[in-house]
Design a protein around this ligand. Structure first.
Ligand SMILES: [Zn+2]
Length: 83
């Protein structure tokens, strides 16, 4: 895969590793490049950080649907894709 055009869905899949710091330098750079232009993913990672701070856990399952759903809707609006 090309790190030049990281998609939001890939970002979300890798966010746990990003927050754990358990990814390669290239992957981390791709994540940070994505964050530079993608407001929905900035919101997402902020929510993940907040969740970790509250729960001490690091799991996507810990983020409630009411947090995920507006972000996914923003992803769909931003990308113009339907799911
Ligand atoms: Zn994104």
């Amino acid at each position: 895969m090309s790190y030049e055009d990281l998609q939001c869905v890939e970002f979300v899949e890798m966010v746990t590793e990003y927050l754990e710091g358990s990814m390669s330098v290239n992957e981390r750079l791709a994540m940070e490049r994505h964050l530079a232009f993608c407001a929905p993913c900035v919101d997402y990672i902020e929510q993940m950080r907040a969740t970790i701070a509250v729960t001490g856990a690091l799991s996507e399952q810990d983020v409630p649907d009411e947090v995920i759903e507006p972000i996914m809707a923003a992803f769909r609006a931003a990308t113009g894709r339907r799911s």
